[in-house]
Design a binder for this molecule. Structure first.
Ligand SMILES: *Cc1c(COP(=O)(O)O)cnc(C)c1O
Length: 453
């Protein structure tokens, strides 16, 4: 068994080396269509197990056809880049294959998770609170919305909504998970009030106030106000303090969706963007975005202890058999079995330190400012707005954003996306991967200008 495992590891390192070499050479954005890949890559599963070399060959083919999100030419998503110490820790986490529900099953990994959650809570100014790792920002928002629903309609956890019409408030430019979650939670997607934004993409606070007041007059029960810290397309920050003041005026839960933007809390220079967070009951934060960790590294943080368990705990004699509840995070989780998402963050933090995260955020912001300035002064490119965060939205003059992005993808040059900025559709360049550097940004902008559409 041991020799077998060693051989597999050695072969896998070979596959990884080939992948890293291809990535360094820029040959990591395979431009083949799904139809071509289906014809050229052996996806079918064999009846008899393959020999090791053939297995290696198949994995290599699949990896060669997989876009690398760490490529300097991948700016399609809100994440990018790789922290080797985090990837290594992930591999070690797989060796132990812990399920993070109990100390009995996961041992020290539970304490690692507690250390990380404690540090994130401190960064958020919620050190008396609690947190839970969740599979993504959508799930972090789900957990927050569940707690808010149970606070606003206490019978709902056991008996359902019983005809109560609970409403949720979020800006029209917030993440779609708010609406999706309202559907999941039995609140109803129609009961999500999409509040308009001002010209800079921030929730219109007087409009929020008016919407809540109107709903109260009409017999609705406001459940949650969501302020987005870093909207998905534009990176806009809602005014958390003003939003919180309205939420509290009506006694409504304030959640901050900081899936993208909460990482600025780690930079003294940029944490002012999160001003007003002291008013929040809960915060969603995706370290897998600006902190450069693998998906999914996401947490939901809650100011008050006990609320996660109040909405998520179940008794299970077959699972919770020893140690205090504090050391059994399964009591506070959306999931039962749960993979270890904490070790990679802890491992990266040990190497990078508070100082390193601060520098990383400052660098990402500087790169976004650089890109914005290049676009502003360059001919044939139009900056749509000064970037509030790391998202730089622009257009190639006279060419639809969609055409530019699709052509760059078709030629396997660059993966970059587009989105809606007010009335305009713009190309969205996300400076999540600090390794891209100024030179990489120049390459991307040049390609946007030159690509044949
Ligand atoms: C990315 C994002 C989410 C969703 O996070 P996932 O991890 O993809 O589920 C939620 N809100 C905002 C503002 C985001 O940018």
């Amino acid at each position: 068994m041991q020799a077998h495992e060693e051989n597999v590891w050695k072969a896998t390192l070979g596959i990884a080396e080939a992948y890293l070499a291809a990535e360094a050479g820029g040959a990591c954005l395979d431009a083949r269509t799904p139809e071509q890949l289906l014809a050229e890559v052996p996806f079918g599963l064999p009846e008899e197990g393959l020999a090791l070399e053939d297995w290696v060959d198949r994995l290599k083919q699949v990896m060669a056809a997989t876009p690398s999100s760490s490529s300097p030419r991948f700016v399609n998503q809100l994440f990018g880049g790789r922290i080797p110490e985090a990837v290594a820790a992930d591999m070690l986490a797989l060796l132990a294959n812990s399920s993070m529900y109990t100390f009995k099953a996961a041992g020290a990994q539970v304490l690692v998770e507690q250390a990380v959650l404690g540090r994130l809570l401190t960064a958020a100014g919620m050190s008396g609170g609690e947190g839970s790792f969740v599979p993504g920002g959508s799930a972090a928002n789900l957990a927050a919305m569940l707690m808010a629903r149970n606070r606003a309609v206490p019978a709902s956890r056991d008996s359902g909504m019983g005809g109560v019409r609970g409403t949720v408030y979020t800006s029209v430019e917030s993440h779609y998970s708010i609406r999706k979650n309202a559907g999941i939670l039995g609140l109803g997607r129609k009961h999500v009030r999409l509040i308009p934004v001002t010209g800079d993409g921030r929730m219109d606070v007087p409009a929020l106030d008016a919407a809540i007041a109107a709903d109260l007059r009409n017999g609705f029960v406001p459940v949650l106000v969501n302020a987005t810290a870093g909207t998905t397309v534009r990176g806009a920050f809602d005014d958390i303090a003003a939003t919180g003041a309205v939420a509290h005026k009506y006694g409504v839960w304030l959640h901050v969706d900081g899936a993208l933007g909460a990482t600025v809390l780690l930079s003294p220079k940029w944490q002012h963007l999160m001003e007003g967070l002291a008013a929040a009951d809960s915060l969603a934060w995706n370290p897998h975005k600006m902190m450069g960790l693998a998906l999914q590294t996401s947490v939901v943080l809650v100011r008050e202890q006990g609320l996660l368990a109040g909405s998520l705990d179940e008794t299970a004699d077959y699972l919770f058999q020893s140690h205090a509840d504090d050391f059994n995070p399964g009591h506070r989780s959306l999931l039962c079995g749960r993979r270890n998402d904490a070790l990679r963050l802890w491992s990266a933090w040990c190497r990078i330190g508070d100082r390193g995260w601060e520098q990383r955020v400052d660098r990402q912001m500087a790169l976004a400012a650089y890109a914005a300035e290049r676009i502003r002064v360059g001919p044939q490119l139009a900056l749509l707005e000064p970037p509030p965060l790391i998202n730089v939205c622009f257009n190639r003059v006279g060419v639809p954003a969609e055409a530019v992005c699709t052509a760059l993808d078709r030629y396997g040059e660059i993966k970059i996306g587009y989105g809606q900025v007010g009335e305009t559709t713009g190309i969205r360049l996300v400076c999540a991967n600090p390794e891209i550097g100024e030179a990489g940004i120049d390459v991307i902008l040049e390609a946007c200008l030159k690509v044949e559409v």
